[in-house]
Design a protein around this ligand. Structure first.
Ligand SMILES: C[S@@+](CC[C@H](N)C(=O)[O-])C[C@H]1O[C@@H](n2cnc3c(N)ncnc32)[C@H](O)[C@@H]1O
Length: 323
């Protein structure tokens, strides 16, 4: 069942009817294989290149023997996924922007949650849609859309989650602005991005691979030896991507401020001695620039194995500030 209440016309922002016709401008959208195509116009050349890249190798893809319990077990091995699942209320509306093949969306689609899994790449969405059918997961609406002109209703979501995506768009700051407005006032915005410091060791590893053709020192590639499609997806994503940016905590904080998103915390913590939070949506105890810099330098070592991705969490301000 399509959750059309959470969707919108990408051309004019109007509400959609159940048959995917826009109530405002009359544009009608197709839904091949049950995945609505809510794209308004042609992408720019760089975004097209990113789409072609993931069409060739959908990320992260599924192992052939995936079941609901293996999917959940794998997700629960990630502390971040566990914390997200704990923090998100059971009746929340959630959108995952750049969901790829949709693992996180399928994992979060529990209880009464309404989850929209959105991505630019139809090949990935179709794998996600098939997996949802095969594994019997209801409650996820897959949507093909470009996050800069999303076919999603602004201000409709309790949680906007996007990991590993904005740094692959031509202008990550503008992309953040586009996704931040999807959150309700009081809704949470969570973005996973390559960190400028934490990715240094990966960049050296990548330099070595490009120079020698040898992909060494990569534990993810080692773990996926027996899963060729998922190994290939990781290798391409990490070593051969046509468009990649990296960001500091300070830079991402500025994006939050510009868009009326209150800063809550990073994951891992950017306090030097703080352990994992009990609640991802509770503000960090302190918030000091020099300490965040030290923490990022430490991430160079702690996050290198998985490519230096960190997560920033914020909350859309409920009312406009008066001062
Ligand atoms: C590295 S994959 C991350 C997939 C998933 N979030 C994960 O962490 O496994 C990046 C995804 O972002 C999507 N993407 C890139 N640019 C996009 C855009 N402009 N709009 C929507 N999705 C986009 C790609 O199609 C791809 O599936």
């Amino acid at each position: 069942v399509l959750d059309v209440d959470l969707l919108a016309c990408p051309a004019c922002g109007g509400a959609l009817r159940a048959d995917l016709a826009c109530r405002a401008c009359g544009e009608v959208y197709d839904s091949p294989l049950g995945v609505p195509c809510l794209r308004s116009s042609k992408c720019d050349a760089r975004t097209d290149e990113v789409r072609a890249f993931y069409t060739e190798s959908p990320f992260p893809n599924y192992p052939p023997d995936e079941t609901l319990s293996t999917l959940r077990r794998k997700a629960e091995r990630s502390e971040l996924a566990r914390l997200l699942d704990l923090a998100i209320p059971g009746d929340a509306s959630v959108v995952e922007i750049g969901c790829g093949t949709g693992q996180m969306s399928l994992f979060l689609a529990r209880a009464e949650r309404r989850v929209v899994a959105a991505d630019l790449t139809r090949a990935s969405l179709e794998l996600g849609r098939e997996a949802a059918d095969r594994l019997g997961v209801d409650g996820v609406t897959f949507v093909e859309t470009d996050l800069r002109t999303p076919g999603l209703k602004p201000g409709a979501f309790d949680v906007v989650y996007s990991s590993g995506v904005l740094h692959h768009t031509p202008d990550p700051r503008a992309s953040f602005e586009a996704i931040a407005r999807l959150a309700k006032p009081g809704g949470f915005v969570i973005v996973g991005l390559y960190n400028a410091y934490a990715r240094i060791l990966h960049r050296l590893r990548r330099l070595f691979a490009r120079a020698t053709g040898v992909y060494a020192f990569d534990p993810v590639l080692r773990d996926r030896r027996a899963e060729p499609a998922r190994r290939e997806a990781w290798l391409r994503d990490q070593y051969l991507h046509p468009l990649e940016h990296r960001h500091t905590v300070r830079e991402v904080r500025a994006w939050f401020d510009e868009n009326g998103i209150e800063w809550i915390r990073t994951y891992p913590s950017s306090l030097v001695s703080e352990d994992a939070p009990a609640d991802l949506f509770v503000p960090a105890e302190d918030d000091w620039g020099p300490e965040a810099l030290l923490a990022q330098l430490a991430w160079t070592r702690s996050l290198w194995a998985e490519g230096g991705l960190f997560v920033a969490v914020g909350r859309r301000i409920t009312r406009a500030r008066t001062s």
